[in-house]
Structure formats: structure tokens, C-alpha cells
Design a protein around this ligand. Structure first.
Ligand SMILES: [Zn+2]
Length: 295
């Protein structure tokens, strides 16, 4: 639903016969929907989903309000009616024009860029600047926004499955899966031992203040690693949920993460690439030692 709204908010309807365009809620006259241009009227309008055709095809205008149009409402109504007088319906179908591209054709990239430009992002972990593939940035954004489809979020959508975490016996939430699960804790502990960085204690902190005070170059590398870690946890978890795998140990998660970092290091300049690769080797060595000692 949110995507649908986001889509229509960036769309402009070119009126033909007016049948496919919502009078109040689509953008067809002016730069935003009439509902936003005339909230005083929209709030008291009956049939808020009505089409342009239904309203304009009759004289007087086929529009009813739940309250009397007095004072400011009357002024706004006259203002709206004056503008509607210039509209003429035709026999053609309504068409859609995408507002974010010059040729009016929809593109995923234009929508994506616009969403990013208009969304507040915490400064410390600017997800969109981390050198990882776009798919991963979007995943991290979902984690940050708390909308990854972990089982608690599925349950909110009337999903009836078992809410147990795939790695332990606690209910699965985003915070649990990525930070609090014994599996996650072990993974973060291995990072702490290898890179001397204390794990974040909340998702908010992970995307906020976590790396404040850490050397900028170092922090950049850690962010790539963090993306890899979360994506590896998510993929291993999905392996257990969907592919009927029975068991994954933390070493497998780390090797998956380091394989990703190797791959993503190609997106960075040579010096950064070397640092990332060295970091992977160190992390794997520490993980092996932990594994050999504790199993
Ligand atoms: Zn767990």
C-alpha cells in the first residue's frame, strides 16, 4: 500500500474522460492532489474516492459535503470551482505521466532516487554511501526502518506460522535476529575481538551513533563489513526457513560474509580493497580460533 501511495504521489494524470482519475486523491490539476490543496473541503467531502468524471459530468458539480460551506470553506470552494471551469472532458482515456522523468515515462531509478532524496537518513551510517550493491543498501534501509519481514513483522500481517527464531528458541524480531540472538552475539563478539569495536546494542545505535569517534577510513570499512554480516545472517536465516536446512554454525555465516566482502571490495579503490581483504583474513582467523576452542 505504501508503495502504491508513493507511486501515485509521483504521478500526474492527464485528463481525458476523467473516469480513471480520482477527483480528490490523484494529482491532475495543480502540483498535488486536491485533497492536499483544499484539505478544508476534502475533510468534509462525501465519497472521497469519487472520479473526476463523476464530479464534472453534471451541472452543478456532482459533489456533496457533510457540512455547510461557510466562511473560509466557502472561499476555498469558489476558488476550486473557478479552476474546474477551465477543465473540459473528452472521449479519450485518462493517461498517466510520471513526474520525475522529463519524458514522463516511469523508471524505477527515478522513483528510487526521489525516495532517497526525500527521506531522512541518519548521518553516522549513511546507508546510501556505503560501497555495496544497491540491493544491499535497500535491505539495510529496511532493517533500519524495521520493515524486514522477520516473523514478528509477518505476524502483524495475520501470518500464523511459528514465530521462533531459526537459530534459537526466542521469538524472532529484527533486533533479536541481528543483535540479540546467541548466534548474532557470537558473530558480533568475533568482530569485537578482531577489530576492537564494541557491538551496537540497538538497531537505532547501529545506524546512528555506533561508529562515532572511529577513524573515518576505518569506519567506512566496518560499514561494508556490517552490511555483509547482516546480509549473511539474513540469508542463512532464510536458508533455514525456506530451504529446509537444519543447521548453520557461526563460522558458515562469517565465511558467507567474507565472501561477500571480497566480492564487494571490487566496488572500491585498490587501497580500500586491500584493507577489506586483509580485514576478512583477520576475521576468519579469529573465528577459526573461537570455533576450534568452543565448537
Ligand atoms: Zn535467535
Amino acid at each position: 500500500m505504501r508503495t502504491k501511495t508513493a507511486f501515485f504521489n509521483r504521478t500526474r494524470f492527464i485528463i481525458g474522460n476523467g473516469e480513471k482519475t480520482r477527483f480528490w486523491e490523484d494529482t491532475w490539476i495543480g502540483e498535488e492532489p486536491l485533497a492536499l490543496q483544499y484539505p478544508q473541503l476534502y475533510n468534509i467531502a462525501q465519497r472521497k474516492q469519487t472520479s473526476v468524471a463523476v464530479v464534472l459530468r453534471e451541472t452543478p458539480l456532482n459533489i456533496q459535503f457533510r457540512r455547510a460551506l461557510i466562511g473560509n470553506r466557502w472561499v476555498r470552494w469558489l476558488h476550486l470551482v473557478r479552476r474546474l471551469m477551465d477543465i473540459t472532458l473528452s472521449d479519450c482515456l485518462d493517461s498517466i505521466r510520471w513526474r520525475l522523468t522529463t519524458n514522463g515515462t516511469f523508471s524505477v531509478k527515478s522513483m528510487y532516487d526521489h525516495i532517497i532524496d526525500s527521506s531522512p537518513i541518519p548521518k553516522s551510517m549513511n546507508i546510501w554511501k556505503v560501497k555495496v550493491p544497491l540491493k544491499i543498501k535497500i535491505f539495510m534501509w529496511f532493517v533500519h526502518k524495521g520493515v524486514v519481514l522477520t516473523k514478528d513483522n509477518l505476524a502483524k500481517r495475520i501470518w500464523k506460522g511459528n514465530r521462533r527464531c531459526s537459530f534459537c528458541h526466542t521469538h524472532e524480531t529484527i533486533k533479536h535476529l541481528f543483535l540479540d540472538c546467541p548466534m548474532a552475539k557470537l558473530l558480533w563478539r568475533s568482530i569485537q575481538i578482531t577489530f576492537n569495536i564494541a557491538p551496537p546494542t540497538s538497531i537505532y545505535m547501529l545506524f546512528g551513533t555506533w561508529l562515532e569517534g572511529v577513524n573515518v577510513i576505518y569506519a567506512k570499512l566496518i560499514r561494508v563489513g556490517t552490511c555483509a554480516l547482516l546480509w549473511a545472517i539474513w540469508n542463512c536465516r532464510n536458508g533455514l526457513v525456506f530451504n529446509r536446512q537444519h543447521y548453520i554454525n557461526f563460522l558458515q555465516v562469517i565465511f558467507r560474509a567474507t565472501a561477500l566482502i571480497h566480492m564487494w571490495s571490487l566496488l572500491t579503490p585498490v587501497t580500500t580493497r586491500e584493507r577489506l581483504v586483509t580485514g576478512c583474513v583477520r576475521w576468519e582467523m579469529v573465528a577459526q580460533v573461537i570455533f576450534n576452542r568452543y565448537g
